[in-house]
Design a binder for this molecule. Structure first.
Ligand SMILES: [Zn+2]
Length: 113
């Protein structure tokens, strides 16, 4: 259930940003997660709602975008999307890979008034 810890961290950032931007209300939060973060969106959203309860982000809509896992083969240079956790180059079958995307975990933007 790492969703709770992540929700706490991200809600702290949301509230800090809202304060810095002098918002009186946060209406929308756009969050990016890489697939490797293995978030369950429903659990995350529930945890997030709990952590922002009675704050200016209480009524914010939460939008989650999941970024697929993309890897680059160090051996042959092929880049490919990882499907079903098959961490193997689909050209030369090497397992010597660099992660290009899939580990993201950040707030893309927040909206408010
Ligand atoms: Zn390869």
């Amino acid at each position: 259930m790492h969703e709770i810890k992540i929700a706490e961290d991200l809600s702290a950032i949301v509230l800090e940003t809202a304060k810095r931007e002098s918002l009186s209300k946060v209406t929308r939060v756009n969050i990016i997660f890489g697939q490797l973060v293995q978030i369950v969106p429903e659990i995350f959203e529930y945890a997030f709602r709990e952590t922002v309860r009675d704050t200016i982000a209480n009524d914010a809509d939460v939008f989650i975008e999941i970024v697929p896992v993309k890897m680059k083969c160090i051996k042959c240079g092929n880049d490919f999307l990882v499907k079903e956790n098959r961490f193997k180059c689909n050209v030369c079958f090497s397992t010597d890979l660099d992660i290009i995307s899939g580990k993201e975990l950040f707030i893309k933007s927040i909206e408010g008034e």
